[in-house]
Design a protein around this ligand. Structure first.
Ligand SMILES: C[S@@+](CC[C@H](N)C(=O)[O-])C[C@H]1O[C@@H](n2cnc3c(N)ncnc32)[C@H](O)[C@@H]1O
Length: 383
């Protein structure tokens, strides 16, 4: 295993997309030196967000077809936010083995395997929470078993971006640690009960590292990230379209909407269009946070912003810049990037502040402990 003795810790970012995992990791002091993604459009947006980073190489290409000389041989951490399409409830649920997109996970395992003794000490995976239950838990078990086979013990965490940002975005994080690991045995809210069957599976090598409490879940904050869109701006929907929007609300939704409409201040909400019994209906969130952003493919993936109060209502699509802010990249410059590419890139990404929290509270402490102790495999209590 790669065993650097001190920071800066080096990161290889697999399935890097627009690079928001790297943004979070860099904020915690790590150095991203290698990235790979198959999508050129994602790389274009990555460059726009990051410019040229010294000492960093981004390879655009299919991970399954990279030559061994292209692989990152001196990383301390490998991050992999692999595709969720076949694991998410909204997707096919074809799973980790048969799903064309999510089976790219096995390219990652092959790459780690090809690195041999140069494998990183730590790995971190990110995906939707449905990964934990895909194919009755068999998918995650085979993923963990393959990581165990490469020498990693695995910890499983569920973190909602709403702890950090006004967006509901629950995600699963797997942290693989090579060698012996600290196991305080505590679940905490970060390891909810539905993860218990994975920890209880005697065929898997898992551990639970002690972690601080996450910040409280946010129920407000949407208004602060919204762009100022002026009265005459044609992004606000025409009156007739807003009337159709209101007309489509269910009875319960309408009662809530009417209460906001009668308010003496403006309220800001997000709304999604859903098919209910074959009828398209808009659904407005009850809290002041956005629903989970999705990559743009199909009509139901985009969210609308609703301003309501003083007896009036305006509705528009959420802007690409609002997507960027909700993913933790509020200073992104998106001029020249098509709306489609921005929605796809940010909707598919990982929230940078969640990654930063995980890096500060878990990944960096593990790397530092490993560097303090020698030989490398005795840095902590056996799990
Ligand atoms: C969930 S996204 C990860 C996004 C990333 N964390 C970010 O912040 O933008 C999964 C990524 O895997 C990439 N991908 C899919 N198949 C791939 C393959 N065979 N080789 C490399 N990358 C692939 C997609 O283009 C997509 O960007």
């Amino acid at each position: 295993m790669t065993n650097r003795s001190r920071a800066p810790w080096r990161v290889a970012e697999f399935f890097a997309g627009i690079g928001l995992a790297g943004t979070g990791l860099r904020a915690a002091g790590l150095e991203v030196t290698w990235s790979n993604d198959i999508a050129k459009a994602k790389h274009d947006l990555f460059r726009r967000l990051n410019g040229k980073i010294r000492g960093h190489r981004y390879i655009v290409g299919d991970l399954g077809k990279l030559s061994s000389s292209d692989l990152p041989y001196d990383s301390d951490l490998a991050w992999a936010s692999f595709p969720c399409t076949d694991l998410s409830i909204a997707g096919t649920r074809a799973g980790l083995h048969k799903g064309a997109a999510s089976s790219t996970f096995w390219h990652f395992i092959k790459a780690l395997s090809a690195l041999g003794d140069s494998r990183p000490r730590l790995i971190a995976l990110e995906n939707v929470t449905a990964f934990a239950t895909s194919h009755s838990g068999r998918d995650i078990a085979s993923a963990i078993r393959s990581l165990n086979g490469l020498g990693y013990s695995v910890d499983i965490l569920s973190i909602d971006a709403r702890h950090f940002l006004p967006q509901s975005r629950p995600r699963l994080f797997l942290v693989g640690v090579s060698g012996a690991v600290l196991d305080d045995g505590k679940a905490g809210s970060i390891r909810p009960k539905w993860l218990d069957p994975i920890y209880a599976d005697p065929s898997l090598r898992t551990h639970r590292m002690g972690l601080p409490e996450l910040p409280p879940l946010r129920t407000t904050g949407l208004a602060e990230i919204l762009e100022q869109v002026g009265d005459g701006d044609d992004r606000w929907w025409a009156r007739e379209r807003v009337a159709v929007f209101i007309e489509s609300l269910s009875r319960a939704q309408r009662a809530r909407f009417d209460a906001l409409l009668a308010g003496t201040s403006y309220s800001y909400r997000t709304a999604y269009r859903r098919m209910r019994d074959g009828v398209p209906r808009w659904e407005v969130r009850s809290d002041e946070v956005a629903g989970c952003l999705r990559t743009s493919s199909g009509g139901s993936s985009k969210q609308a912003v609703v301003e309501v109060g003083h007896g009036t209502c305006r509705v528009r699509w959420m802007t690409p810049m609002e997507y960027a802010s909700l993913m933790g990249a509020p200073s992104a410059s998106l001029s020249g990037i098509s709306d489609h590419h921005a929605y796809s890139g940010f909707g598919d990404a990982v929230c940078a502040p969640v990654v930063e929290w995980l890096a500060r509270n878990y990944l960096v402490p593990v790397l530092e402990s490993a560097a303090d102790d020698s030989p490398q495999d005795t840095w902590a209590l056996a799990g």
